[in-house]
Ligand binder design. Structure first.
Ligand SMILES: [Zn+2]
Length: 60
């Protein structure tokens, strides 16, 4: 499966690409800095039928 997915930065709204490790499980929470504004997004990753869904939110 394609392990790259995009999320929308919770701060500036820009699209970011992030590498997801499917081996880490179908539900993951990681923190990823936005490549545009450098602020940390908390990403809730859900993998369903080899499709990656990401919800981003402010850290804290
Ligand atoms: Zn941003």
């Amino acid at each position: 499966m394609d392990s790259y997915a995009t999320f929308t930065c919770a701060y500036c709204g820009e699209e970011n690409e992030v590498f997801v490790e499917p081996e880490a499980g179908n539900k993951q929470t990681i923190t990823e800095d936005c490549s545009v504004c450098c602020r940390p997004n908390v990403l809730h990753i859900t993998i369903v039928n080899n499709e990656i869904f990401i919800e981003s939110e402010f850290e804290g």
